[in-house]
Design a binder for this molecule. Structure first.
Ligand SMILES: [Zn+2]
Ligand SMILES: [Zn+2]
Length: 273
């Protein structure tokens, strides 16, 4: 596909959380006490003739402090390192409304925010009364999104939709009520930005969910869907928080080019072969 609609995809790391494996799985794992950190990314999709399309906003200093995460650099600085002016961004796809994916709306004052109907309804409705369900959301960014709605800066999506040529939104709920993944047609075939449908490749390969979900069966179906969209290959799946993205794909300055093939198959990197 020499004339692929998507010419480049950046996975831009901006934060990290040191933790052990048991924090990343909803069931006991043998390596429970071994280090298994999470990285935090935003993604930029590049096309000819359009400003970069941003997927998720990340979070800022306040949330990092409040939640004990290490902010490596502000999101706008990460974007600048990828040659992107955050003020010129016209569209931001919010995969879901957890604090680490929709916590910095103000970085994009000129953008429209794209969200699933089910996600907005969930994050502003009765389920938030449950403290466990509420924990990964921050109230202020959700309130900001409501204000953006009243200022004509929110675009709703209901289920699967073509966003633009070569860019498709696919609802893959389970982690949250309205999580969506973004499927991009690149020169190497489909690349599925799957956000928290899988925090880590290991959530897929071990078939054990990350311990945050609203519907466990739907979470499993979402991963099946992601793998099908990726043609059955982990190399075509980009999880929401896996450090392997930076170590396996061509990367400089904490920015991985995930439109390019990984240096070696992800399945090998996971097994340590
Ligand atoms: Zn999440
Ligand atoms: Zn997340």
């Amino acid at each position: 596909m020499a004339d692929a609609p998507v010419t480049r995809i950046d996975a831009i790391r901006y934060a990290r959380h040191e933790r052990v494996a048991e924090a990343n799985f909803s069931e006991p794992v043998d390596d429970h006490d071994l280090p298994m950190p999470l990285d935090y990314y935003v993604w930029a999709i590049h096309r000819e003739g359009h400003p970069p399309l941003i997927v998720d906003t990340g979070f800022g200093e306040h949330a990092a402090m409040a939640r004990g995460r290490t902010l490596i650099r502000p999101v706008e600085e990460g974007l600048r390192a990828a040659g992107i002016d955050h003020l010129l961004v016209e569209d931001v796809i919010l995969t879901h409304l957890h604090y680490d994916h929709a916590g910095s709306l103000n970085v994009f004052p000129n953008a429209k925010f794209h969200v699933q109907d089910a996600e907005m309804a969930f994050a502003t409705g009765r389920h938030v009364c449950d403290h466990g369900v509420r924990a990964p959301f921050d109230g202020e960014p959700v309130a900001q999104l409501v204000r953006k709605l009243y200022a004509d800066h929110v675009v709703f999506h209901d289920g699967d939709e073509d966003f633009a040529p070569g860019i498709r939104l696919v609802k893959a709920e389970g982690h949250t009520a309205g999580l969506m993944v973004v499927v991009c047609d690149t020169a190497r075939g489909p690349v599925v930005l799957c956000s928290d449908a899988a925090h880590l490749y290991a959530n897929i390969t071990r078939a054990i969910p990350f311990p945050i979900f609203v519907d466990e069966e739907a979470y499993a179906r979402a991963q099946d869907k992601v793998m099908a969209l990726a043609g059955g290959s982990l190399d075509h799946v980009i999880p929401g928080h896996d450090p392997l993205v930076l170590s396996c794909f061509p990367a400089t300055n904490d920015i991985a080019r995930v439109d390019l093939p990984p240096h070696r198959p992800i399945s090998e990197a996971i097994s340590g072969a």
